[in-house]
Design a protein around this ligand. Structure first.
Ligand SMILES: [Cu+2]
Length: 370
């Protein structure tokens, strides 16, 4: 039995205390079944320029959230009650599993699926009865599997089961080296991890679906012309300061970003201010690959259905000399953009730069409380 690790600081104390779990808690949780429920729904969604488009979405009937981010523990028994409220057969799918692992749910019907939570890492759940059509029309969401233990040999928490030597070296070094002042990555503090789910909206295709027309993947591959580019279903101004998108913290508070591409286009997330560290890759079969070699970069490629976890270290930005730190002329908070580096994705409705896939990350100050 491990001692309860209690993390409390500033205004996050109340939130953090509800999220802190001991290893024993997690082991118990892993043996518990998750009973989830998702509804396949048809919705109307407002785009950043005011256009309202027909779309598909998974909805959690309890929270009413669309495209909810699901967090489970590796090895746990997952049950998902699926209710199809649309007019077409819908099939739940999860990256890393066979496309037809689960049966299609007929319109107006419900069906409960069961599976074991996969290896710790970032996954996408989606709909695939018509290939990518349902997914791109909005049937997608982040599915996060967390490790039962996830500790390095030195006892540092990581987001992976049996972390590689390189992952261990990085997570062990956080908070212990002048280069990474501050804290370790805090596995139980949800303010230290975000899912960035990238996608696109192609209103013509959605309109055809609304009119009950048949849209095939083949057709889609040749006619797909996205007009909106989204991060967690938001674009531009809306995504820039949204809580689910914007990493915010003090120097020395490293944050895990689980980046995923649910769309049809390849994307290239790019951050200013800090480089990130690549932690995981996506294998051709959709499974998770834990990096054996950690690379530092500021732009990374996300092909459709790829997921790549990166660590945003929240270190002093390299372009600021030591002598000028902490900054005196430009005051905190320091705001840096994240934008997809593939330029088309920065637009909305055929123009409206930069109302596409963008957000900001924010460094509030030097050490918290300093
Ligand atoms: Cu830039």
């Amino acid at each position: 039995m491990h001692r309860r690790e209690f993390i409390a600081y500033g205004s996050a104390a109340a939130l953090a205390s509800t999220l802190v779990k001991t290893l024993a808690d997690q082991e118990a949780e892993a043996q518990t079944a998750y009973n989830l429920e998702l509804h396949f729904e048809e919705i109307y969604e407002e785009m950043i320029d005011g256009e309202v488009v027909f779309a598909y979405a998974f909805r959690d009937p309890v929270t009413r959230l669309i495209r909810p981010q699901l967090y489970v523990t590796q090895g746990a028994a997952i049950k998902i009650k699926l209710v199809n409220k649309t007019s077409r057969p819908c099939r739940f799918a999860l990256t890393g599993m066979a496309d037809d692992r689960f049966p299609a749910v007929q319109p107006g019907q419900q069906y409960t699926i069961g599976f074991t939570a996969p290896l710790a890492g970032s996954y996408l759940y989606h709909e695939n009865a018509l290939g990518a059509v349902g997914r791109v029309a909005g049937f997608h969401g982040a599915f996060v599997s967390q490790p039962i233990n996830g500790r390095t040999a030195a006892g540092t928490r990581t987001p992976y089961s049996a972390p590689t030597a390189a992952q261990s070296a990085l997570f062990d070094t956080l908070g212990t080296d002048p280069y990474f002042p501050g804290e370790k990555w805090l596995a139980d503090n949800f303010a230290r991890q975000k899912c960035w789910v990238f996608s696109e909206v192609f209103p013509d295709m959605n309109r055809a679906l609304e009119r009950r027309q048949t849209v095939t993947l083949n057709e889609l591959l040749y006619t797909f012309k996205a007009r909106y580019f989204t991060l967690n279903s938001l674009s531009g101004f809306d995504a820039s300061h949204d809580e689910s998108c914007s990493p915010i913290g003090y120097q020395g508070e490293p944050m895990l970003l689980r980046t995923m591409n649910a769309g049809m286009c390849t994307h290239g997330p790019h951050v200013h201010g800090n480089h990130v560290y690549g932690l995981s890759e996506t294998a051709p079969d959709g499974k998770i690959v834990k990096c054996e070699n950690i690379l530092e970069f500021d732009t990374w490629m996300l092909r459709p259905m790829w997921r790549k976890d990166v660590l945003l270290p929240f270190v002093k930005p390299h372009e600021i000399p030591d002598e000028a730190w902490p900054p005196r002329e430009e005051k905190f908070p320091l705001l840096y953009p994240m934008h997809c580096h593939i330029e088309m994705s920065q637009t909305a409705g055929g123009g409206n730069y930069p109302q596409g896939m963008v957000t900001h990350w924010e460094m509030l100050g030097t050490r918290r409380g300093a």
